[in-house]
Design a protein around this ligand. Structure first.
Ligand code: NDP
Length: 187
């Protein structure tokens, strides 16, 4: 596929079965055809790029979240942002993108202490954790913008990482699950 002229992009549906070395597969995609932006060269390009990222190959979920934020017309510069989750697929590239837009970014993960207190100071909250309804209304500053990347199946129903019922009472904008980041990512 790397050598075929009629193939422009290659996308590996993750996760792969445990007996396959995922990084080896991702590394073997030609960087120019790396539609997901997971190849180390593209990860590196995102890391060193200046503000302008439009010509790079970037993981689609975080890039879509950035486009959602831009669509709100808010000035991101100087805003406090927290990204909960530090995966290569969502958390880390999301933090990179927000940093490029001059947000002050905190990346939280499973060892972070006082997430709740950090969240309370954030103008922008992005949750990519995989823990149903983890972020609650009393973690959220009034009028914060909240994006819920999480997809969790609980009793056969989809739910996000954000407690929509309580957080939507505080946030100025919030994405629902289902019907938010999921279909945006597919688009
Ligand atoms: P990973 O499992 O790779 O990463 C989860 C991250 O959450 C890790 O960094 C982990 O920390 C952190 N974490 C786990 N528990 C806690 C906790 N109690 N407090 C704080 N941080 C915690 O998941 P992904 O990034 O791949 O996906 C995250 C979620 O987003 C999942 O629900 C997934 O289904 C969803 N998703 C949705 C997409 C969409 O299109 N809407 C696309 C991709 C993912 P640590 O590193 O310390 O283990």
């Amino acid at each position: 596929l790397n050598n075929q002229d009629n193939v422009n992009g290659i996308l590996v549906q993750l996760p792969l079965p445990k007996n396959i070395n995922e990084q080896l597969i991702l590394d073997s995609i030609h960087p120019d055809k790396d539609a997901d932006g997971f190849h180390p060269l593209n990860v590196g390009k995102l890391s060193i790029a200046s503000n302008n990222v439009e010509n790079l190959l970037i993981p689609c979920t975080p890039y879509g979240c950035l486009i959602m934020l831009k669509g709100l017309g808010i000035d991101l510069s100087g805003k406090n942002a927290i990204v909960i989750g530090r995966s290569n697929i969502v958390g880390k590239p999301m933090a990179q993108l927000l940093l490029k837009k001059s947000c002050t970014v905190t990346i939280a993960h499973s060892r972070t202490k006082n997430i709740e207190e950090i969240c309370k100071k954030a103008d922008i909250v992005i949750a990519a954790v995989g823990r149903p309804k983890m972020v609650k209304g009393n973690w959220i500053k009034k009028d914060a913008v909240v994006i819920d990347v999480g997809i969790n199946r609980v009793d056969g129903k989809l739910t996000g990482d954000i407690n929509f019922e309580t957080v939507s009472k505080k946030a100025s904008y919030i994405t629902p699950v289902p019907g938010g980041v999921g279909p945006m990512t597919i688009a």
